[in-house]
Design a binder for this molecule. Sequence first.
Ligand code: PLP
Length: 401
Amino acid sequence: MTVNRELFDQVMVPNYAPSSVIPVRGEGSRVWDQQGREYIDFAGGIAVNCLGHCHPALVKALKEQGEKIWHVANVMTNEPALRLAKKLVDATFAEKVYFANSGAEANEGALKLARRVALENFGEQKSQIIAFNKGFHGRTFFTVTVGGQAAYSDGFGPKPGDIVHCDFNDLDAFAALISDNTCAVMMEPLQGEGGIISATDEFAKGVRELCTKHNALLIFDEVQTGVGRTGELYAYQGLNVTPDILTTAKALGGGFPIGAMITTTEIAKHLKVGTHGSTYGGNPLACAVGEAAFDTVNTPEVLAGVKAKAALFNELLTAINDKHQVFSEIRGQGLLIGAVVTEQFKGRAKEFLVAGTAEGVMSLVAGADVVRFTPSLVIPEADIREGMARFEKAVAKVVNG
Ligand SMILES: Cc1ncc(COP(=O)(O)O)c(C=O)c1O
């Protein structure tokens, strides 16, 4: 069988438009394709590969668990799930954990839980969910409707109801929307897919205060920002605003699919036996890898390293920009970095990604105007420098047409 990009068009549903490059092997922050070409990975599987590729601690956990037990139904619990849950609880505001398999599923659980809490504590009228324009929360019908881009939820028939949106960082608009009928507010502390936009301190604090005033639950979607990405274990810890529910996925498994929703005992008690569930949520293999990833990332060295690496990344990116003047702003937190293209390149961020791939460096976009970088949290300095040297060549090619 010839396994190449053409086969994708023959046998895969056409909801993605993948590159012609097919990666077959990875080690640390380097990846090799079918032809043996090597790439520096500044994409990290969209903020998933927090420890790069095939990190020895994750490989060891996967192999060891793979020879013990792979799966048990949720009629029984398992050791890796209990250990990872305990570590999540010990490291955060949360007291209870629900495991899922992805970010969208963790968010789905959070939204269902919030609706349940409001219904049981206050009654049917308290069902409104407020979320933010440009926000992204996943692709299940509930989460994509809560997301702030109607285009993603249009075209699938009647949408889940009582979901409203306003502009991110617009506290006045938010204050005008929230009421005692608001059940929950879902937000990313730093919008990822929407273009790498940080919540201002005042906005996050204001949202928290208004949620408390109106008995609305504040849900932080930390699927992209969580597990060290911003240099904090979770971004809320840097904002000094504590949510009622937090969702985490992506880096939580370092490349193995897992998600979690974490919350307080008081809120969690509303998901009584039988109200929600998932066959694979809390799967021993996923939780064993998750535990190893969490243990490795949640150390002062790795978290401080994120900030140091981010400083180098920003310095080199700024130097490229000083020379070529293609970005109007470089923003983000930690190793979640966005470079906003200038008016001249508006709508053309993807050209930098494509040119980068051709030069041997993998990057991402966040919308049409932002080039995004989410490398491994432990990427060696030499790989940052080499990747940036390649990226500069790519920028020069885009500039020279
Ligand atoms: C903030 C945020 N929430 C949720 C999701 C959805 O996660 P998943 O694709 O694992 O369902 C993403 C994915 O990009 C995300 O960035």
